[in-house]
Design a protein around this ligand. Structure first.
Ligand code: AMP
Length: 396
């Protein structure tokens, strides 16, 4: 690994600027989901144990370079203190005298939280002047916000180049999991890509076919690939104008030795609603007035075979309209199969992306996956083979 971790850093007596993701959902002025806040604890604890003073930098919502009181990080202070079990000292600006005074005020073992970095227009512009002002506040930089690493902002990229920099524990776990899945994976590797549209995942598909041994295409995007092969899909969601792109991806896969798996049977219905009358038909038998809303049981059996023969699995996107019963069946069964194989020790499984996390949670499969990334955009950009500026900057 070309990046450093907390283990490589001397933190004793140092002020450590830690970029975290605490962009949490709020309801009625209270944090409604603590997941992101809870995940920063290992990094905070390790820095304190090494004798460093923790100063948290983070963005919250999209204030677009202006001070928006509703988007103040002051609203999460209590939740943060509760989760960390430590006193949290809040600084009402992320630079300058106000920030320095908050850092000064904090005693041993206290955690400093500085105000929303995006209140400054320089944050999203990666303004070197803003990064330099942040750098003045401490001696070491730690980035624990993988989910913001696809953005070259002052607190994610600029700052990392001004101070000795390391990955926090959460960032480290993400990077190791991603490296294990696509960097130097155990083969065979299978990728599952589902979801609504080919058009939003072209780069992802184009990259994956050059890296993985099997590509399973599911969800609405499978319909586009079927159309490209001349299969009639009735009223299904399909991007007919993307048929040529689908053929190009197939061609690229063939050249790279990647086998593409499309559904062999499908669940069709005439209405897109819970409990709609549905039937399972062969993939070529979708009635003209029906739509494909899920993969069928034969497809799932085939996928279970592919998973069983694989050593690594990477997953983004559901195999069907998983939010609506019974069209969650294929996603659920395939996810549970991957979870079982992971638990048995024969598969490394990594999944990510907003809907994917929800689908795997709903299936009760998430806990047994090797790693679930909650990073959304950063996870997808990494799957697309892009370099993430926040990670690049840690390489020095
Ligand atoms: P994405 O955000 O691209 O990962 O797409 C996820 C969405 O695709 C979910 O809301 C699913 O309900 C939807 N989806 C998956 N398969 C189908 C399908 N066959 N027909 C319509 N929508 C689908």
């Amino acid at each position: 690994m070309a990046w450093k971790t907390l283990d490589d850093m001397d933190l004793k007596g140092k002020v450590v600027l830690v970029r975290v993701d605490i962009n949490v959902p709020m309801e009625g002025g209270r944090v409604s989901d603590m997941t992101r806040i809870d995940k920063i604890k290992p990094t905070v604890e390790d820095i304190v144990a090494k004798g460093g003073k923790v100063v948290l930098l983070a963005h919250f919502d999209r204030p677009k370079g202006k001070v928006v009181p509703e988007m103040s990080l002051g609203h999460v202070v209590d939740a943060l203190a509760g989760s960390l079990g430590r006193k949290v000292v809040f600084g009402a600006d992320c630079v300058g005298d106000v920030a320095a005074a908050a850092i000064e005020r904090a005693g041993a073992g206290d955690v400093v939280l500085l105000e929303n970095t995006r209140f400054h227009p320089g944050e999203e512009k990666n303004d070197p002047e803003l990064a330099a002002q942040m750098a003045k506040l401490g001696q070491v930089y730690v980035n624990d916000a993988f989910s913001a690493a696809h953005r070259a902002h002052a607190s994610t990229e600029g700052l990392a180049r001004l101070l000795p920099a390391a990955a926090g524990r959460l960032m480290e776990a993400e990077l190791r999991a991603l490296e294990a899945a696509l960097g130097t994976p155990k083969r065979p590797v299978v990728a599952v890509v589902g979801g609504a549209k080919v058009s939003t995942k072209i780069e992802l598909l184009a990259n994956l076919v050059t890296k993985v041994d099997h590509l399973v295409i599911g969800g609405g995007m499978a319909n586009t690939f079927l159309v490209a092969e001349g299969v009639e899909v009735g009223k299904s969601l399909a991007e007919r104008e993307m048929a040529e792109t689908a053929r190009e991806i197939r061609h690229r896969a063939q050249k790279a030795g990647c086998k593409i798996h499309l559904p062999v049977d499908v669940v069709v219905a005439r209405e897109f609603k819970a409990g709609a009358d549905s039937q399972t038909v062969g993939v070529r038998d979708c009635p003209p007035d029906a739509m494909i809303l899920d993969a069928g049981p034969q497809t799932v059996t085939e996928l279970e075979g592919v998973f069983a023969g694989a050593k690594t699995l990477i997953w983004n996107g559901p195999l069907g309209a998983f939010e609506i019963e019974p069209f969650n069946a294929a996603t659920k069964a395939a996810a549970l199969a991957a979870a079982r194989l992971t638990k048995a020790g024969s598969l490394i499984s990594v999944a990510g992306g907003g809907d994917t996390v929800a689908a795997l949670n709903a299936a009760g499969a998430a806990a047994d996956f090797t790693f679930i990334s909650t990073a959304g955009g950063a996870f997808l950009e990494w799957m697309e083979g892009k370099e993430l500026p926040g990670v690049q900057a840690l390489m020095g």
